[in-house]
Ligand binder design. Structure first.
Ligand code: HEM
Length: 492
């Protein structure tokens, strides 16, 4: 045998062993299927329906199992009790620094991609600021700001009564303007250049992130695949444009500041920077603003799109909501946030939209901050952990008819709304639960209740009345409804 052949064989053996090693689980790790070297289980997971794929694996491997996403073993939590238990613990609160998040934030900044003390400081600030607007001293003013947007949405939609329309653009203008007011104390006209730029950035960045989700697990793809497939340059272009826009907002805020704080988020954050509060920087503020728009606006937009479709198909539920609103609120008044206590069916119908739509099937990935022992398994520091929210939202243990849209899932025997329902986790669970939850809920309630008061939502002629997922955008980040049209009819 020639020495050259022996060297070649040795190199090949080392390569094969190192490739195989990338698909061997650590000791005492949760069980799971055998994967392929380098790509792991990615070829076997239905990328279009990640939550359901994991739900199926759970039938074989139980509530805690593992899969290889690329070369990394990831633990999947596949039921409400284990998700609730794990995510209430600090040790599960890390973030894996995945490509899709760090790419758009240009590193680990802001809330969603950070961990430890930096994350805690940013998140607490953001959460407290929103809570003050939604529930605290500023709540009446904030309620009025939302209602102004609701009136504009209603006026715009009223111009289209009787025609089949795609409602998302009109709804998105309202959503973005509410966030704009939270961020900078002002709203914009949708025809303004700045509004159009932000709208385009949100749209293109979310499209890119959805397609690029796979690169979080196989980062080498970004280097070896051509631009025509990865669309990296395009993603980078919109990312950089949005970074420049957010930096410009901060500069403008600094210049416009005349000593009277308006109480908007940018003002409050800049006061922290001025005081020298640790972890508060202009870079962090820019990241937080972008997060509000890319994560917050897009999640709300997807949820409202599901809502209009679900209600236009489920005419009986729609009729019951309208009857309840008519009898409780009356014909001449707007529905207010305080009315919610007297509108149990309406609230149940909205919570059921959030369950049924299940827009974040696997939420955002977590990471173990330290070595963790959990249910007899050992998870080394750095292990990625994913919560399968679809498994919760489709579990017959909590839902009588998990595959059906049925507002009664959220009503008790007296017809009262059930506030805290086991298995209901559209905003995640525990210490990293979505900090925008209350804001999203108040907006969804006021927009939908007031639109349903004014209009009947119905499907156009020849519509197949299916309520399905738009798989083209993938479900690895957000689950979108299939594009559809709705016809609005005046109720009065
Ligand atoms: C219907 C609307 C929304 C849904 C269903 C939703 C859902 C979620 C989910 C499932 C998570 C991941 C939780 C986890 O890591 O375990 C999350 C995180 C987050 N959401 Fe939302 N969200 C919505 C609206 C919003 C809004 C309006 C904002 C901001 C204005 C927002 C800001 C955030 C942020 C900053 C995080 C990261 C939290 C952290 O890492 O600590 N979300 N959201």
């Amino acid at each position: 045998m020639s020495p050259l052949f022996m060297v070649g064989a040795a190199i090949a053996a080392i390569l094969i062993i190192s490739i195989l090693k990338t698909s061997i689980r650590p000791r005492n790790f949760p069980p799971g299927p055998i994967g392929l070297p380098l790509v792991g289980h990615i070829p076997f997971i239905d990328a279009k329906n990640v939550g359901r794929s994991c739900k199926k694996l759970g039938k074989k491997y139980g509530d805690i199992f593992s899969i290889f996403l690329g070369t990394k073993p990831v633990v999947v939590l596949n039921s409400w009790p284990v998700i609730k238990e794990a995510f209430s613990k600090k040790e599960f609160s890390g973030r894996p620094g995945m490509f899709s998040g760090t790419f758009f934030q240009k590193g680990q900044t802001g809330i969603c991609t950070t961990e430890g003390e930096a994350w805690e400081a940013q998140r607490t600030f953001f959460h407290d600021h929103l809570q003050n607007m939604v529930k605290g001293k500023g709540s009446q003013g904030f309620h009025d700001i939302i209602m102004d947007e609701v009136h504009d949405i209603r006026t715009e939609l009223a111009k289209k009564v009787g025609e089949p329309i795609a409602p998302s653009y009109v709804l998105n203008i309202g959503i973005i303007n509410i966030l704009w007011t939270v961020a900078s104390g002002r709203r914009l006209h949708s025809q303004q250049q700045e509004f159009q730029s932000v709208y385009e950035c949100i749209e293109k960045i979310t499209q890119f992130m959805s397609k690029a989700a796979i690169m979080s697990f196989m980062p080498f793809l970004a280097r070896i695949l051509p631009e025509a497939i990865t669309k990296m340059e395009r993603g980078r272009y919109f990312r950089d444009r949005f970074v420049a826009i957010s930096e410009k907002w901060i500069e403008e805020h600094k210049q416009e500041y005349r000593g009277n704080r308006t109480g908007d988020l940018t003002d409050s954050y800049m006061a922290k920077i001025k005081e020298g509060t640790p972890y508060f920087t202009e870079k962090g503020l820019g990241a937080m603003l972008r997060e509000m728009f890319v994560i917050g606006a897009e999640s709300e937009s997807v949820m409202l799109r599901w809502a209009v479709r679900i209600l236009s198909v489920h005419t009986e539920a729609q009729r019951k909501i309208q009857a309840e609103i008519d009898s409780v609120v009356g014909v001449d008044k707007d529905v207010t946030w305080d009315d919610r206590f007297n509108l149990p069916y309406t609230r149940a119908a909205m919570a059921e939209i959030q369950r049924f739509a299940d827009i974040a099937p696997t939420a955002v990935g977590h990471k173990c901050l330290y070595d963790v022992d959990f249910h007899g398994f050992h998870l080394p520091k750095g292990t990625g952990v994913v919560a399968n929210l679809t498994a919760c939202h489709r579990d017959p243990a909590y839902w009588k008819n998990p595959e059906k849209y049925q507002p009664e899932h959220f009503l008790d025997e007296q017809g009262q709304f059930i506030e805290d329902k086991d298995g209901f986790v559209p905003f995640g669970s525990g210490i990293r639960r979505c900090p925008g939850e209350d804001l999203a809920n108040i907006e969804m309630f006021l927009v939908l209740a007031n639109l349903l008061k004014a209009f009947v939502f119905r499907t156009p002629e020849n519509d197949d009345k299916s309520v399905g997922t738009y798989y083209k955008t993938g479900t690895g980040v957000l689950r979108n409804p299939k594009p559809y049209y709705v016809v609005l009819e005046n109720r009065t």
